[in-house]
Ligand binder design. Structure first.
Ligand code: PEP
Length: 289
């Protein structure tokens, strides 16, 4: 549990009990704890519904009252319904990997927020680097997706992060700052209670290269200070910032020990139940790093 100084203003109290934040930051008048949040992004995997169900069941079986974080699985659209059933009442959430910005109509192949909600999903990703680079989604597109999710009471994991070239040019801070400002344009301080940021250096996604924990911590601290400029320190202190990029059972404990790393977005390792089970049951640091 990450504790931060918190004023008497309890933003989360304005959020409906039916919203995704029913699980999110716990608040009191003097302290706010950011409950860690680890999510699996299955991408275009596994190959069949039966495999998705088996994976969902195994992961749900590893989630217990001693698991130190919230857990969500982001599954392909055709498997959402079955994955919701597979995790049952375990407490594991299921979300969509994206939701289109329009409510309904002539948008062949797109999937709306009401569709994902109707199968029990109250979370979605936005801005994953594969959507940005392979499918040409712009910061403006992503901003529309974020607003559409939040305006429909669906929680959003907003993915940001620099490419390898940007990393090599020392542009990590400016890139993350720009993405946060453009992608969150128009999001209100109250709506930030339903937003999780995933800092995912693009060069670390699916490559086996993990950003060193201390470097990731520095970027997370920068992101939090950008959020403080945008929304004030109180809101910034409650927003969970996940790290994403080749997280494994071997790297998760060190990452999670960092004060501004509040969880992980996990691709490859979330497809192997044994690995993801160890990741969600990470070892909590005895002393905050
Ligand atoms: C991701 O897809 O968001 C991701 C972090 O993938 P991986 O863990 O495989 O790097």
């Amino acid at each position: 549990m990450k504790f931060v100084a918190f004023s008497a203003l309890a933003l989360a109290t304005s959020v409906s009990a039916f919203s995704p934040t029913a699980f999110a930051p716990r608040t009191s008048t003097s302290l706010s704890a950011r409950k860690p949040f680890i999510a699996g992004n299955w991408k275009m995997n596994p190959g069949t519904k039966d495999e998705a169900v088996a994976l969902g069941k195994e992961i749900a079986g590893a989630f217990s009252s001693s698991t130190p974080c919230e857990v969500a699985l982001f599954a392909p659209y055709p498997f959402l319904d079955a994955t919701v059933d597979a995790v049952g009442s375990s407490g594991v959430k299921v979300g969509a990997e994206m939701a289109f910005t329009e409510g309904k109509g002539a948008y062949t192949a797109e999937v709306s927020v009401s569709m994902i909600k109707s199968v029990g999903c109250n979370w979605a990703l936005a801005g994953h680097s594969e959507r940005r680079t392979l499918f040409g989604e712009s910061d403006e597109d992503i901003n529309k997706q974020v607003l559409n999710l939040l305006n429909n009471d669906v929680g959003c994991i907003l993915c940001i992060g620099e490419t390898q070239a940007e990393y090599e040019q020392g542009l990590v801070g400016p890139i993350c700052t720009t993405q946060l400002k453009k992608n969150l344009l128009g999001v209100t301080p109250e709506q930030m209670a339903n937003v999780v940021i995933a800092y995912e250096p693009v060069w670390a996604i699916g490559t086996g290269l993990t950003c060193p924990a201390s470097e990731a911590q520095d970027v997370h601290a920068t992101c939090r200070s950008v959020l403080a400029d945008m929304y004030g320190q109180t809101v910034s202190d409650t927003v969970r910032i996940q790290y994403g990029g080749s997280v494994t059972p071997e790297t998760v404990d060190e990452l999670m020990a960092k004060p501004d790393i509040d969880g992980a977005l996990v691709g490859g390792a979330s497809l192997v139940a044994e690995k993801f089970s160890r990741i969600i049951n990470f070892e909590e640091a005895k002393v905050s790093a």
